[in-house]
Design a protein around this ligand. Structure first.
Ligand code: UT7
Length: 322
């Protein structure tokens, strides 16, 4: 059996930083409310010239450099994104061309904030089947393009970014297990109009904006993330003492703290980037992973528990020996 191990990580953020105070000039909000209710202090937002694949490419190149692997040696590219540059070709195909990564399979996975964890889970199955030896897995989103900047209940929450890992086949884990779930019955609590709906003619009318009943989403997220971390630990016969780092989706510090508390993990062993990045959707988990690898918190041999929850609803986790 072949397992994927993380050979290198990378990430990328747009240069432009938008503070809470700047948002208070657009909508009726304030730094104190945003910090207290979400833990967010600022977010990075793309300028008009940047796209999801620009961020994905920079993150991918950083991860390939860290791994010491040439893009031409990749035999799989999976990108988790909900904000592709185009409806098609996929962001993964555009990325493959930009990286000159040959003719390996390349495709996107759309699971909103769980996009990276889903992409990792899909890639893991390719390794387990023995079909690939080197893969690039990216989470990248420009969720700012899906925001109504007059809606204070959503526009303060999201930021843009990309994170990537290069995976390499190994006889020992590596990625020990991934756990993916969805429940489509919750669509009304979190969705973006747009796409190619019936009856709309050639394209959807108007813009595509995030609509969320935040409070309801919050409750389901806390409940569900508690379940998924429990599922992941028991599938591997472990408990929270065996985990060196919890690397959660960065939607809200209160959700992160609730998950850590229920798991029995002290916050010193939780990677938190929400203050600086906001919710970067599919990029959130790999951005946090890369930050903790690069600042030396995450060390080789340590056990990492990654988890995410997002629109769909989708949720998932990965247990990794780094
Ligand atoms: O990434 C995947 C999915 N997303 C999430 O996981 C997000 C989950 N939800 C949340 O993080 C939180 O529910 C929010 C941060 C979105 C909202 O926090 P909350 O504590 O649940 O607030 P709320 O929605 O219950 O609203 C409380 C009050 C309301 O005012 P009233 O009705 O009590 O007068 C809102 O209108 O806060 C008001 N409010 C704001 N006030 C200042 C909502 N947004 C803002 C804002 N600034 N930006």
């Amino acid at each position: 059996m072949s397992y994927p191990r993380i050979a290198g990580t990378g990430s990328s953020l747009p240069e432009r930083v938008v503070t809470n105070t700047e948002l208070a000039a657009l909508v009726d909000t304030g730094d104190a409310w945003i910090r207290e209710r979400t833990g967010i202090g600022q977010r990075h937002i793309v300028d008009e010239s940047e796209s999801t694949s620009d961020l994905a490419e920079r993150a991918a190149r950083n991860a390939l450099d860290a791994a010491g692997i040439d893009a031409g040696a990749l035999d799989l590219i999976v990108v988790g994104t909900t904000t592709p540059d185009r409806i098609y070709p996929s962001t993964a195909c555009r990325l493959q061309a930009r990286l000159s990564a040959g003719e390996c399979p390349a495709f996107d996975v759309q699971a909103v904030c769980t996009g990276f964890v889903y992409a990792l889970g899909v890639a893991e199955k390719f390794f387990r089947a023995g079909s690939v030896t080197r893969a690039l897995v990216v989470g990248a989103d420009t969720h700012s393009r899906l925001l109504d900047w007059s809606d204070r209940s959503t526009c303060v929450l999201f930021g843009d970014g990309a994170g990537a890992v290069v995976l390499e086949a190994s006889d020992t884990p590596g990625v020990m297990s991934t756990h993916l779930h969805a429940d489509g019955r919750y669509e009304s609590l979190l969705y973006v109009d747009g796409g190619t709906p019936r009856g709309a003619g050639r394209t959807a009318p108007g813009g595509a904006y995030t609509k969320m009943q935040g409070n309801e989403v919050f409750k389901v997220a806390v409940r569900t993330l508690h379940r998924i971390v429990g599922e992941t630990l028991s599938a591997n016969g472990l408990d929270h003492n065996d985990i060196d780092w919890l690397i959660p989706h960065q939607a809200n510090i209160r959700i992160i703290e609730a998950t850590a508390r229920k798991l029995g993990m002290p916050m010193e062993r939780v990677v938190v980037t929400v203050e600086d990045h906001g919710n970067t959707s599919a990029a959130s988990v790999p951005l946090a992973l890369d930050a903790a690898v690069r600042d030396g918190r995450v060390q080789r041999g340590q056990v990492l528990l990654l988890e995410a929850f997002g629109g769909g609803f989708t949720w998932g986790s990965a247990l990794i020996r780094y």
